[in-house]
Design a protein around this ligand. Sequence first.
Ligand SMILES: [Zn+2]
Length: 271
Amino acid sequence: MSYPTVTAAALTAPLTFAGIVEQLRDTFRAFPDCRKPGNNTRYTLEDAGLSAFSVFFMQCASFLEYQRRMVENQERSNAQTLFGVHAIPCDNQIRHLLDSVPPAAVAPAYRYLFNGLQQNGYLDTWRVHDYGYLLALDGTQHFSSSHIHCEQCLTKTHHNGTVTYSHQVLTPVLTAPDKPQVIPLPPEFISRQDGQTKQDCEINAAKRWLAQWGADYIPLGITFLGDDLYCHQPFCQAVLDAGAQFIFNCKPTSHTTSNSHFTTHCSISSA
Ligand SMILES: [Zn+2]
């Protein structure tokens, strides 16, 4: 049986490492450039993006420093030959270039990877009978400080009056029972939205994700997985209205009414 793809468009690059780098290069090339005319433009957005990608790909924080020394000594580096970086920016230059780029600008890379995996048949074995694809929703914190903060920070005021600032993100992934890997889908950052005065939260981010990406993935057949946080009527209804199913954890302590009905039903059934 065949299933619809996220988009009918042909892959912009073959699903190989070189193809992935090529697609990333195209994605980074389209990033908005925050620099004013006349500023130092020695480094391109492509170089900044590919340099950042190389550090995460190699899982080595000092990878770029080592590559710079290779260029000095050998006039070539793995950053150039493997990742196609023309000039290697320093960490601060990468931050300066990438910090102002909206997260949505990375979306084409997620689409390409998902389409590539699906069109090449890699996702066929990820489908779980009756449930389709299992899409796990969960949030994670990727920055926390009691000193450094910005306008998008989430804040938590403690009893002693001190404040902790943090950044969190919702990271939806496809998962399957017998697969050690997960397939990341576009993230949704948990941060105060334009015009909002209240803090953002994970469930609001999930609602935004559903509104923005649901139509792309749900036609494939999706069952959402989530912890107790998601197990509330409005979000469950939103998932059903979007045409998906859900399996959410439902703790008895936070769902006393549902638990009471369930306990009563089970007692009657087993009587
Ligand atoms: Zn911040």
